[in-house]
Write a protein that binds this ligand. Sequence first.
Ligand code: SF4
Length: 96
Amino acid sequence: MTREGTGKFFCLAGIGGHVSGMIESTKAGKVIVAIDGCPVACAKKTLEHAGFNVDEYVEITSMGIEKNYNLNPLTSDVEKVSQYLSTRISKRMGLL
Ligand code: SF4
């Protein structure tokens, strides 16, 4: 989504650390999205801990994408999540 210009990713550690620049940049976002790799929900919890409401959320194992540690995500999995969120965001913004 960042590559396509439909989103912008932020450093979750910076948000969790309440780094002011990161917090301000995130506040400027129109739609706050959290993508988690498993039900532990670290991204969602980190954003909420920093005071953000998560507008759109996806926990990818619920989409049938298995958690692994190989740091080599399948392009098809990335596209699946990206497409899902792009559609959700477009609907939210009245573009669909
Ligand atoms: S994969 Fe699960 S445990 Fe690991 S950072 Fe993501 S949500 Fe947290």
